[in-house]
Design a protein. Sequence first.
Length: 186
Amino acid sequence: MGNRLSKIVTRTGDGGRTGLGNGAHVDKHSLRIVAIGEVDETNSHIGVLLCEDLPTDVRDVLVAIQHDLFDLGGELSTPRHTLLGDAHVIRLDGWLAHYNEALPPLKEFILPGGTRAAALAHVVRTVARRAERAMVALGAEETVGPAPRQYINRLSDLMFVLARVLNRAGGGSDVLWQRERDSGEA
């Protein structure tokens, strides 16, 4: 892998097509490329979240997830190639159980917000949901293994839980949706 990306500007995609890991070429608007882009965007938003002051354990989890998402992009770019498996989903389930255990039960819906780190975690959550929708759309047309879809679904759940954790780590709490509120009408 040493010098694999020796040339960034190749101009080969100028015509609206791009190459996959198996050598095939597809339109840049294909469902596969859309799914790869959504996963890449999820990873990029985690990178922004990692710029915040985070608890060390949360930082370590997010860095591990970034590596998994890079692998997921690789798996999507090479049809019928597997990089993420059940063990990756089980690891996310473990993190979900661990972080959710210390949180108070939910009695109301939560709005994205609170600390900046928590708000960014909610952005990652919503972008991961978009990536999941793109992967489901791709799976309706082509083969996508169950573990990658499960992984991105659990990732969104984990980001919701981590947003709650980050609000508490920042000295705050959840931003609750208020059912009965002033509508703002005069």
